[in-house]
Design a protein around this ligand. Structure first.
Ligand code: ATP
Ligand code: MG
Length: 561
C-alpha cells in the first residue's frame, strides 16, 4: 500500500514490513548493542535511530528495542562508559524501558552452546599456537590445512574444554574452535575460534571465568536468547553472516534472528573509530570525550546541538547498502535549521569596540524592548539596558567603507538593533592604527520608527551596553581536522588536526545572558548559535559560551560552493 504520500521505506523496513505481513513475525524486536569501551558517536546515533525508530514505528504490535551492553571482553569495558551510553541514548529521545541487558549475564548459555557443539562433533580444542593456526588457515586460493587436533575424540575435547574453564592452562595455550569448513571461500568459516583463555577480571562476573567467547560466537547467541527478530549491523559484518547463521542453526537457541547489514555513517572532517577517538582524548588533543569538537554524542550535546537535529539528520542520511561519506555541512545545516526556529535571540559582541553616544542626553533611555525572536512573537520581548556608551562589533565599522558596506563609517548611519539610528561623528586610533573609540550621535525619535526622510540607513547592528554588559569567555569551535578525510592523511590523522579548531575570546554580552543557566541555547544576533557551557559556565559569576555553529557556512565559501 504505497502512494505518493507514503514515504518510501528503506530496504530494512521493507523486509520488516514483509515479515509482519506474512506472519513470519508477530512483532519486531531490535537491539542496539554497544560495547562499553568508549563513548558513543554520531555513527552510533544512526544505529540508535534505526533500531529504536523501528520499535517506535511498530508500537501497534508492541515492537521493542533492547539496549544491550556487549561486555564479553573483560579487558576493555568500564562502567563510566555504560553510564555515558545510557545518558546518550536517552538524550536522543529513546527509551529501552525494561529491556536493558548485559551480554556477560549470558556466559553460562554461551558455555552450554560450546559444550553442545563439542558433543555434536562441531567444535574441538586446538593446541596449535596462534602463528601455526594462522599459517594453516590458507588463503583465498589455498584451502586451510587441518589441525592435528581437529579430529580428537569427543570425550577428550570435553575434558580439555572443562580444564580450560577450570583455569588449568595459560593464555594462548589452547582455544576452542568450531569445526566448519577449511576449504570455504569465506575465511570466517575456516574453523573460527569460539573461546579463548583470558585470566582477567570481568566487571560483572569477577574472576568466575577465565575463558571468554569471541564476538562472532557470542553475538548471534545473544540475539537469539533475547528473541531479536532483526539484528541490524554495519556492512563489515556481511561476510560474517554465514557464520552467524551457522551458529543459529547448530546451537540450541530459542529463536532464529536474522542479521541484516547497512552502510555505516561516515562524516567529512572527522573520525569515528573509538580507538582513534580514545587516542585524541588520551593524547590531550581535546579536552575529553565530550569536547565540543568531537563527533561524540556527549560532544555534540556540549556543543549545543539539539537532539532533534541529530535525529533528523540521521533520518535524512537514510539506510542503504552503499557506503559513502556524508558532508558534515548537512549536519550543520540541520542544526542551524532547528535552532533558527527554537533558539531565542540575544546580543553578544565578540570583538568589541566602544562607541560614545555624545548627545545621549537629548533622549536618554534606560532600556529598549527587543523581540526574543524575529518570527515568533510567542517568545516575547525583553528589556535591554542601554546608556551613553555601547560596544559594537569591530567589523561593523569601516574607516573607508567599501561598496555595499552599509554599516557604520565616518558620517554614516546605522541602526542599533531595537534602538536609535546613530551617525558616526569621529573615531580615535592608537599608534598601530587600531580603532580605539568611535564617536556618534543618536537621531532622537528614531527608536521603533522609520528612518527620517533623506537619511540612508540600511542596516541594524547588534550592541551591548557598556555600563551593564558583562564579560564572557566565548569558545569559537571549528572543524577538528583540516582535510575532509583525516583517516587518509599520509602523516596520520593527528598530523591534520586544525590548529584553529578552538579560539577563545572575551566577548561582551547583554546582562541577561550572564545569568542564563548552563545549557541555555540562543542565537547571538548576526553571529551564530551559542550555548552556555555545561561544565564551565557559572551563572552570574563566570559566563562561558560555546559556539554551536556559525550563522553561515564559512567552509562552503572557502571551497567555492
Ligand atoms: P569499534 O569497532 O571501534 O569498537 P563500534 O563503533 O563498532 O566500535 P560498537 O559499540 O560495537 O562500536 O557499536 C555498537 C553498534 O553501533 C553496532 O551495531 C555498530 O554496528 C553500530 N555502529 C558503530 N559505528 C557506526 C557507524 N559509523 N554508523 C552506523 N552504525 C554504527
Ligand atoms: Mg564494534
Amino acid at each position: 500500500m504505497s502512494d505518493s504520500t507514503t514515504p518510501k521505506l528503506d530496504f530494512i523496513r521493507e523486509i520488516i514490513a514483509a515479515d509482519l505481513a506474512t506472519g513470519k513475525h508477530a512483532t519486531t524486536i531490535t537491539r542496539f548493542p554497544p560495547e562499553p569501551n568508549g563513548y558513543l558517536h554520531i555513527g552510533h546515533a544512526k544505529s540508535i535511530c534505526l533500531n529504536f525508530g523501528i520499535a517506535l514505528e511498530n508500537q501497534a504490535t508492541h515492537g521493542k528495542c533492547h539496549l544491550r551492553f556487549d561486555d564479553t571482553n573483560p579487558e576493555k569495558e568500564e562502567t563510566e562508559y555504560v553510564e555515558s551510553i545510557k545518558e546518550d541514548v536517552k538524550w536522543l529521545g529513546f527509551d529501552w524501558g525494561d529491556d536493558l541487558y548485559f551480554a556477560s549475564d549470558y556466559f553460562d548459555f554461551f558455555h552450554d552452546c560450546a559444550v553442545h557443539l563439542i558433543k555434536e562433533g562441531k567444535a574441538y580444542v586446538e593446541q596449535q599456537s596462534a602463528e601455526e593456526m594462522r599459517a594453516n588457515r590458507g588463503n583465498l586460493t589455498t584451502p586451510g590445512t587441518p589441525s592435528p587436533f581437529r579430529d580428537r575424540p569427543l570425550e577428550e575435547n570435553l575434558d580439555l574444554f572443562a580444564r580450560m574453564k577450570a583455569g588449568e592452562f595459560k593464555e594462548g595455550e589452547c582455544v576452542l574452535r568450531a569445526k566448519i569448513d577449511l576449504a570455504s571461500s569465506n575465511m570466517n568459516l575456516r574453523d573460527p575460534v569460539l573461546y579463548r583463555i583470558m585470566h582477567a577480571h570481568h566487571h560483572n562476573t569477577g574472576n568466575q571465568w577465565c575463558i571468554y567467547p569471541l564476538y562472532d560466537f557470542a553475538h548471534p547467541l545473544e540475539d537469539a536468547l533475547e528473541h531479536i527478530t532483526h539484528s541490524l549491523c554495519t556492512l563489515e559484518f556481511e561476510n560474517h553472516r554465514p557464520l552467524y547463521d551457522w551458529f543459529i542453526e547448530h546451537c540450541p537457541v530459542p529463536s532464529k534472528p536474522r542479521q541484516i547489514e547497512f552502510a555505516r555513517l561516515n562524516l567529512t572532517y572527522t573520525i569515528m573509530s573509538k580507538r582513534k577517538l580514545l587516542e585524541l582524548v588520551q593524547g590531550g588533543h581535546v579536552s575529553g570525550w565530550n569536547d565540543p569538537r568531537l563527533p561524540t554524542i556527549s560532544g555534540l550535546r556540549r556543543r549545543g546541538y539539539p537532539p532533534e537535529a541529530v535525529v533528523h539528520f540521521c533520518k535524512r542520511v537514510g539506510i542503504t547498502k552503499f557506503s559513502g561519506t556524508t558532508d558534515v555541512a548537512l549536519l550543520e545545516f540541520d542544526v542551524r535549521d532547528f535552532l533558527n526556529h527554537s533558539a531565542p535571540r540575544r546580543m553578544g559582541v565578540l570583538d568589541p569596540v566602544k562607541v560614545v553616544l555624545e548627545n545621549w542626553a537629548t533622549e536618554p533611555l534606560t532600556h529598549v524592548e527587543v523581540p526574543n525572536h524575529p518570527q515568533n512573537p510567542d517568545m516575547g520581548e525583553r528589556r535591554i539596558p542601554i546608556s551613553a556608551e555601547i560596544w559594537i562589533e569591530r567589523e561593523d565599522f569601516m574607516e573607508v567603507p567599501e561598496k555595499k558596506f552599509f554599516r557604520l563609517g565616518p558620517d554614516r548611519h546605522v541602526r542599533l538593533k531595537g534602538g536609535h539610528i546613530i551617525r558616526c561623528t569621529g573615531f580615535e586610533k592608537d599608534a598601530t592604527g587600531t580603532i580605539t573609540l568611535i564617536r556618534a550621535v543618536i537621531l532622537p525619535g528614531t527608536v521603533g520608527a522609520d528612518s527620517p526622510a533623506g537619511i540612508e540607513c540600511k542596516a541594524a547592528i547588534h550592541w551591548v551596553d557598556v555600563a551593564t554588559g558583562q564579560d564572557a569567555q566565548v569558545r569559537l569551535y571549528d572543524r577538528l581536522f583540516t582535510i575532509e578525510n583525516p583517516e587518509e592523511a599520509p602523516g596520520g590523522f593527528l598530523s591534520v588536526i586544525n590548529p584553529d579548531s578552538l579560539q577563545t575570546v572575551t566577548a561582551k554580552i547583554e546582562p541577561a545572558l550572564a545569568t542564563a543557566a548552563a545549557g541555555f541555547s540562543c542565537q547571538f544576533d548576526r553571529i551564530g548559535y551559542f550555548v552556555a557551557d555545561a561544565a564551565d559556565h557559572h551563572p552570574g559569576t563566570q559566563p562561558v559560551f560555546n559556539r554551536t555553529v556559525a550563522l553561515r557556512d564559512s567552509w562552503a565559501k572557502k571551497a567555492g560552493r
